[in-house]
Design a protein. Sequence first.
Length: 137
Amino acid sequence: MIAWNDASELKSAALGRQVSLSAFAERERKVRRDFWAKLKRFAGMVPFAEDLVAAYYCALDPATPMRVRGMLLAALAYFILPIDLIPDMIAGLGFADDAALLTAAVGLVASHITPIHRAAAARALDKELPGRAKAAG
């Protein structure tokens, strides 16, 4: 099953295992192509949007080390997958697996997600998802 193979490969990449350059390039292409559409479609259901978008900008930053980019691209690609461990359409639980994977990946590479990535994320969210609820704090 394609989704299972993708999930297995993404797990390996998220754990920092070596990924071929062609697989890396394909993941980056898919993330660039599908990320914003998925985020917009489920914007109200994704409470971790700011971290997600900051990870997106870090993963696409050529100054970010390749291993870090690979781990973040794996987490972002998992978010984009149409079929995952917990279907995204389930209210309240749908993004629990995505949030767990992203939290783990961001925790491992947090020092590489710079204030520039976070500022770009905030600007992009204001532009792409106008009127979204701001996080308290």
